[in-house]
Design a protein around this ligand. Sequence first.
Ligand SMILES: Nc1ncnc2c1ncn2[C@@H]1O[C@H](COP(=O)(O)OP(=O)(O)OP(=O)(O)O)[C@@H](O)[C@H]1O
Ligand SMILES: [Mg+2]
Length: 238
Amino acid sequence: MATDEIGLVVRDLTVAYSGVPAVRGIDLDVPAGHAIGLIGPNGAGKSSALLAIMGAVPHGGSVQVNGEAVDGLAPERVVRRGVSLVPEGRHVFAGLSVKDNLRLGAVGRRSSDGVAETLDYVVTLFPILAEFRDRQAGLLSGGQQQQLAIGRALMADPDILMLDEPSLGLSPTAVDSVFDALATIREAGKAVLVVEQRAEFTVAFCERTHVLHDGVITMTLKPEDATNVQVLTEAYFG
Ligand SMILES: Nc1ncnc2c1ncn2[C@@H]1O[C@H](COP(=O)(O)OP(=O)(O)OP(=O)(O)O)[C@@H](O)[C@H]1O
Ligand SMILES: [Mg+2]
C-alpha cells in the first residue's frame, strides 16, 4: 500500500435520525501524519459524523480507509481496517484495572503480533498508565482516564485515530498533556481526526479545522487563523 493511500477519505457523508438530517453531506480528507479538526456548536453533527465513519450509525455517501471502502461494515470490522475512536466521555471500564482496559483495546487489532510493542509505545506516551497499571480505572483522575481511553484506542494499532471532545471536563494541564500526546501520535504517522469545542486550541493544533454548522461544513480554518478573533467568532456565530 502506498503511503499516500494511508488515511481517511470521506465524501458526501450524510446521517439522519428517523428522517431528520444531522449530517448533510460533508467531505473530509485525513492523511497520514496530519491532524484534522472538526469544531462547531452543540448539535452540529460532529459526533454523528464520527459514529457514521465507525459504522455505528447508518450513513449515506462514502468512507474510505487506506484506499478501501468500509461502508456498511460493522464497527468492529471498521476497527480491524485501522480506525479507532476515543468516544465522547471517555467510557473507560471503571471497575477494571488500567492493564485490563488496555488489554481490551487490543481485541480490535488486525494482527495479534506486536501487542507487547504497542503496549510499550502506549506507556512511553503515557507513563502514568504503567505506574497505575493495577489500579481500577474508575479511581484515575479525568485527565488520566482520558490518557487511558487514548491508550486503549491505540492498542488496536490504528492508522487513523478519531477523538470526540478529548478535552471535555479536563484541567488546562491535562488538556495540554492530551494535545502533546496527539502531536507525538501525529508525528508517528497516524492520521488524527479530532472533534472539539475548544476552537482556538484546535485550530492552532490541526493542519486544517472544519467548522460544522447544522450538519454542513461552513468554513475551513488554518493554524494562522487561531489568533484571529474575528475569523473564530464568525466561524461560530456565522
Ligand atoms: N441517537 C440519536 N437519535 C436522534 N437524534 C440524535 C441522536 N444522536 C444525535 N441526534 C441529533 O442529531 C443532531 C447532531 O447531534 P450530534 O450529537 O452529532 O452533535 P454534536 O455536534 O456532536 O453535538 P455536541 O457538541 O453536543 O456533542 C442533534 O440535533 C441531535 O439531537
Ligand atoms: Mg458530540
